[in-house]
Design a binder for this molecule. Structure first.
Ligand code: ADP
Ligand code: ASP
Ligand code: MG
Length: 438
């Protein structure tokens, strides 16, 4: 049996939902369906999930989420009308307004897009609806409980006679409140269901033909990756290739279930296959290039730093106190850099952090830059091929891009390069050109 996850664009219009219907009906093995909330219908449109976050904010500010909720309701009413199914939206939205008014976080509000999508699709397909909160469980400390969830999915779904629709993105805490995964988390729900029912394949249906070598918003029409390993997928998605949530690989990896990225709008194309073992395939040297902007780079200099026992530990203990994750720590004899990805997102006071480091290790100088991009060049083939790094650096030099950081992962699966945010697009294009120019 196959698990099929449909993303936001696939859920956005009656026409795209009709594509979903045809895809499901064309293969009786497509029995378990996971859906996202409706995404953008056109450029400039707002995703339903973003509207729901806005509804919660509105509730906090004014005591009512009515204005935003009625906009979302109109979208679902239109979809059900065009798809000729009847759903009591008045009752659904009354319950949502009530739930939002009683929530102390925005998770319940945000989860309702997936919930409503699943209610709609189960009607359209005449499949059973199973609420994710009955299956996907979090512990008291908010961590995801993979074992319990897997047991519940197996018990509840693995022997189902009928097709089943499950909302993505959320589950439930022991106190019965709703909790969501991070953004894009419906991909993770799909992988959880695939593991629990021991699917033959996890089909992830989206709005592109598959995983491209790099972001199609930076390089027009990049080559499609035909086959990718789990490790390559993890590196590329963690480093910023937003096509799949970076955690999606873990549940399927446990059972060696292949992931197949497919296009809802071109269902005859084979898409990208993600496998445990790619050794039988002939593949290019570099599999993919991904990256993300806006990292923070703190550079600390102090003469004789290398002789000072515990220097790195002291600096890192300050970073830890602020709850920040360290991505890289390149060190020289008298200098140390720390690259942090989530300093902006966590709204950390940079000046205060630097003062704390000053107090701890008394450096000669300390500098911070908040505009570093990290780019990962990923591929199993790079490990045994001399000259790969030279090719990357030559391409960047020719494009006039200044390299701020170089790091080769210990697995030799990737080379990470740090550049200024302003050089990010040029750097990606230059590396792509070096390995994939026609
Ligand atoms: P969904 O709503 O189906 O989950 P997403 O928007 O999360 O879809 O992911 C698909 C999008 O990811 C594509 O439309 C594309 O713009 C973007 N993307 C970024 N990097 C890549 C890549 N390397 N290959 C394909 N798509 C990519
Ligand atoms: N709807 C959620 C989001 O926009 C989850 C998802 O689409 O995967 O992030
Ligand atoms: Mg997505």
């Amino acid at each position: 049996m196959k698990v099929c996850k449909f993303g936001g664009t696939s859920m956005a219009t009656a026409a795209s939902i009709t594509n979903i219907k045809n895809i499901i009906h064309s293969d009786p093995e497509r029995k378990y369906i996971v859906v996202s909330a409706p995404g953008k219908r056109f450029s400039g449109d707002t995703k339903v999930t973003d509207l729901l976050y806005a509804a919660y904010a509105e509730q906090q500010k004014t005591g009512s989420a009515e204005a935003v909720l009625s906009e979302i309701k109109a979208r679902f009413e239109r979809l059900s009308e065009e798809l000729h199914v009847h759903i009591d939206w008045d009752a659904e939205f009354e319950a949502i307004a009530d739930g939002i008014a009683r929530s102390s976080t925005d998770d319940f509000a945000a989860s309702r897009g997936e919930y409503l999508s699943a209610v709609l699709i189960s009607k359209v397909l005449d499949f059973d609806f199973v609420d994710a909160q009955e299956l996907v469980k979090f512990r008291k400390d908010s961590s995801f409980d993979a074992m319990l969830t897997n047991d519940l999915v197996e018990k509840r779904l693995a022997h189902s006679e009928r097709g089943v629709v499950i909302p993505g993105f959320y589950g439930r805490l022991p106190d019965r409140t709703i909790k969501t995964f991070s953004r894009g988390g419906s991909d993770f729900t799909g992988a959880i269901i695939a593991r629990g029912v021991s699917a033959s394949v996890y089909e992830n249906w989206t709005d592109v033909d598959g995983f491209m070598v790099t972001d199609p918003r930076i390089v027009p029409e990049p080559r499609l990756i035909e086959v990718l390993s789990y490790e390559e997928l993890r590196e590329l998605s963690y480093m910023g290739a937003s096509v799949l949530h970076p955690d999606s690989v873990f549940p399927v990896q446990a059972k060696g279930i292949p992931i197949n990225i497919r296009n809802t709008f071109a269902p005859d194309k084979p898409g990208t296959l993600i496998l445990k073992d790619v050794s039988g395939y002939s593949r290019p040297l570099v599999t993919g290039i991904a990256g993300r902007k806006g990292n923070t780079n703190i550079t600390i200099s102090k003469a004789m730093m290398n002789d000072e026992v515990g220097f790195c530990r002291k600096v890192l203990s300050v970073i830890e106190r602020y709850g920040l994750s360290v991505e890289h720590v390149p060190t020289g004899i008298d200098t140390m850099s720390i690259v942090i990805s989530d300093m902006r997102a966590k709204h950390v006071d940079g000046e205060k952090l630097l003062n704390d480091i000053r107090g701890m290790v008394n450096p000669d100088s300390i500098e911070v830059s908040e505009s570093m991009s990290l780019i990962a060049v990923v591929g199993h083939g790079m490990a045994n091929t001399p000259g790969t790094a030279a090719k990357i650096f030559t391409a960047l030099w020719k494009a006039g891009v200044n390299i701020r950081l170089i790091d080769q992962g210990s697995s030799e699966l990737n080379i990470i390069i740090g550049v200024e945010d302003d050089d990010y697009n040029a750097a990606i294009a230059a590396i792509y050109g070096a390995f994939f120019a026609a």
